[in-house]
Design a protein. Structure first.
Length: 300
């Protein structure tokens, strides 16, 4: 009995210590994640602007009116279309770029370590730095590196505003997204490539399979699960992307996506209720992506 009581006392002490150790993290999650999420839902159901910003808890309740105003706004539909197009193309560029780089680094050649380092630079470099380097490269005047080079070789007759022309600007930020984040895909794909049993390639070579045939019959099936995982992860992250686009174009010239529109509703028009409603729509879409991702992972 005495021994059992001591064991129970020790277990209670360990439990209290465990709760004490977890409490700071729990408090941070509550304060920085849970409370802001519920508060955003509350804001989306009220009319909040500059006139009542200092007394938001007495703001008029408007129900789903902010959601209706956001969903029926042409800017919302345009931003949603742009978000879908940008997300799919940028994610595809990232995944395909990572696959190509992974295949290259999986081949033994002199200087492979140098290429590995160079490929990682876009991903590890500070975003603010690489964004402004791209803005310098894509300067709309003849001083821009891209314009100057293309004019020198006769491709262009006059400078192009790469980040200031509708259509071209969207293509530019898609290329930027693929260039900056392909190393993330490369690392995951390369790890899987290096785990493929080399004897399968040897057997295929003995049977006379070409390099392309070995890729389609061995490499691609072996990395398909990783490709699917990378694509879904990047799809979620890209759909929620704000900073890259904001630094390059500010959301103008056909590059306004839903996160940019949320920012504009809240901090340019100061319509915080509609901005919160747009953010909640974004959360619902991302939650759908997350459910698909979880189902795929559990199936794999």
């Amino acid at each position: 009995m005495a021994h059992g009581a001591r064991v129970r006392t020790l277990e209670r002490r360990e439990a209290r210590l465990a709760y004490l150790m977890v409490a700071p993290t729990f408090a941070i999650v509550i304060g920085l994640v849970v409370f802001p999420a519920f508060f955003n839902v509350w804001i989306s159901l009220h009319r909040i602007g500059l006139d009542n910003l200092n007394d938001v808890f007495r703001a008029p309740f408007v129900g789903l009116r902010n959601y209706v105003r956001a969903a029926t706004d042409y800017a919302f539909l345009d931003a949603l279309t742009t978000s879908v197009l940008y997300t799919i193309l940028a994610t595809a560029a990232t995944t395909l770029g990572g696959l190509g780089a992974g295949l290259l680094l999986n081949t033994a050649f002199r200087g492979r370590g140098i290429f590995r380092t160079l490929f990682l630079i876009p991903y590890v470099a500070p975003l603010i730095s690489v964004a402004y380097i791209w803005r310098w490269l894509l300067d709309p005047t003849v001083r821009g590196v891209v314009n100057w080079t293309l004019m020198r070789i006769g491709v262009l007759d006059h400078p192009v505003s790469w980040l200031g022309t509708r259509g071209v600007a969207l293509l530019a930020i898609i290329l930027f997204e693929g260039w900056r984040y392909f190393p993330f895909a490369m690392l995951m794909i390369l790890a899987r490539l290096q785990a493929i049993d080399a004897t399968m390639y040897e057997a295929a070579s003995v049977d006379g399979a070409s390099r392309l045939r070995r890729f389609w019959s061995i490499t691609l099936p072996e990395v398909s699960l990783v490709l699917g995982t990378v694509f879904l992860i990047r799809l979620m992250w890209t759909f929620n992307k704000f900073d890259d686009i904001f630094l390059l174009t500010g959301g103008g010239f056909g590059t306004r996506v839903l996160p940019i529109l949320t920012y504009e509703f809240s901090f340019r028009l100061f319509d915080f209720g509609r901005g919160a409603a747009t953010a909640m729509v974004l959360v619902l879409i991302l939650s759908g992506f997350m459910l698909v991702y979880i189902r795929k992972v559990m199936r794999w």
